[in-house]
Design a binder for this molecule. Structure first.
Ligand SMILES: Nc1nc2c(ncn2[C@@H]2O[C@H](COP(=O)(O)OP(=O)(O)OP(=O)(O)O)[C@@H](O)[C@H]2O)c(=O)[nH]1
Ligand SMILES: [Mg+2]
Length: 352
């Protein structure tokens, strides 16, 4: 699962990328260079399971972070030639836009609106480029599917012309399937990172409040963090980190919150397996059934699926082990259609 980090030049994209990945790419050099890293999704539940089961290995969920500049900052004033969307961004499941809230002359609200306008414009260009020809061809050949696609595209275009991103348009599952191939940017969930200054660390709510009206759960979410401090934190070993955190008056790096938010914003959840060699978080889309979820572990488990034996994380945490959960009647046998929940501890029984 990929997330694309975008934003104006010098907004702190690479700083945030370094903080999330622990890398040390150059910042402040105006390079607009792109970078990529697979990062671990911190999960206190997995830490706890690992502590209880003491496996040899603990494996966290992962997200692919791509740091790239794809934003001219001209909003609606931008013309076609200024919108150069890197091909890779099309494959991102969500976007993360970094907004400068640390400079003395920053204009975060204006920048967010310009950015949204640019996403809208980029989708509009795609539709306008395709729709007339598509309609002519569909009418000529009597292609029903083609005509339906044109109808969905027209609805999308009307929303975009109305300055509304596609993520806010009411689209059915089927509509979404039809337009998937266009990889519309304004349809992707958006995490807005308010990159605040060191001086505002204790008072980030003043920034969050400014944007409260823009927040739409699952569609457009906000986090305020100080990229610079988080990058410094990510460079420290655990004991220095703990000391620095207590100086800052916080218990965990804010970055962990950001990474978790980006994971959920992509519509993803984790289930766990806890065994002798390994405790592990597996990534699935919310709403996935047990059989399909088993396939995340191995295709054999999906093919030969018999049942899933499930303990809720909270029960495992409280009771401490599988036998104890069984004893307490908190061990559930589920069939292939069971919808896996975030935090389920699962043992898949299978036969091939
Ligand atoms: N004070 C302060 N400065 C920051 C913060 N985050 C980033 N900066 C500074 O802003 C400058 C730009 O940071 P980068 O991370 O290189 O920004 P970028 O968006 O990757 O820049 P380009 O890739 O060149 O577009 C650097 O000098 C950073 O030190 C922050 O939270 N506080
Ligand atoms: Mg950069």
């Amino acid at each position: 699962m990929k997330i694309g980090i975008i934003g104006l030049p010098q907004s702190g994209k690479t700083t945030i990328f370094n903080a999330a990945s622990g890398k040390s790419e150059a910042v402040g050099d105006y390079s607009q260079a792109s970078h990529r890293a697979i990062i671990k999704v911190p999960d206190a539940r997995l830490d706890r399971l690992s502590e209880l089961a003491n496996p040899k290995k603990t494996t966290y969920a992962e997200i692919d972070y791509m740091d790239m500049c794809a934003f001219s900052g001209k909003g609606k004033e931008a013309d076609q030639s200024q919108i150069k969307i890197p091909e890779e961004l099309n494959y991102a499941s969500a976007l993360m836009v970094v907004i400068d809230c640390f400079s003395s002359d920053c204009e975060p609200e204006k920048n967010l609106n310009l950015f949204l306008d640019e996403l809208i414009l980029s989708d509009q260009i795609i539709i306008e480029r395709n729709i007339d020809k598509k309609e002519r061809t569909a009418k000529m050949t009597g292609d029903q599917e083609g005509l339906i696609e044109v109808e969905v595209l027209r609805r999308c275009l009307a929303s975009l012309e109305d300055s509304k991103p596609l993520s806010e348009l009411d689209l059915s599952e089927n509509d979404r399937k039809i337009i998937k191939k266009y990889a519309f940017l304004s349809l992707k969930p958006l995490l807005v990172v308010l990159n605040i200054s060191e001086d505002d660390i204790g008072s980030d709510s003043k920034w969050m409040d400014k944007f409260a009206d823009h927040e739409m759960p699952g569609i457009r979410e906000f986090v305020a963090i100080c990229g610079k401090i988080e990058m410094e934190l990510s460079d420290l070993d655990e004991s220095d980190k703990a000391e620095f955190l207590s100086e800052l008056g916080i218990s965990r790096p804010a970055m962990e919150r950001l990474v978790k938010r980006s994971f959920h914003l992509m519509g993803l959840i984790s289930f766990f397996t806890v065994g002798d060699p390994e405790a592990r978080a597996w990534t699935i889309k919310a709403g996935t059934n047990a059989r399909k979820a088993a396939g995340a572990i191995h295709s054999d488990l999906e093919r030969g699926f018999i049942r899933a034996e499930v303990i809720k994380y909270e029960d495992f945490d409280e009771l401490g082990s599988t036998p104890a959960a069984r004893e307490a009647g908190r061990y559930h046998v589920e069939g292939k259609d069971y919808i896996v929940c975030d935090g389920d501890v699962i043992l898949v029984r299978f036969n091939i």
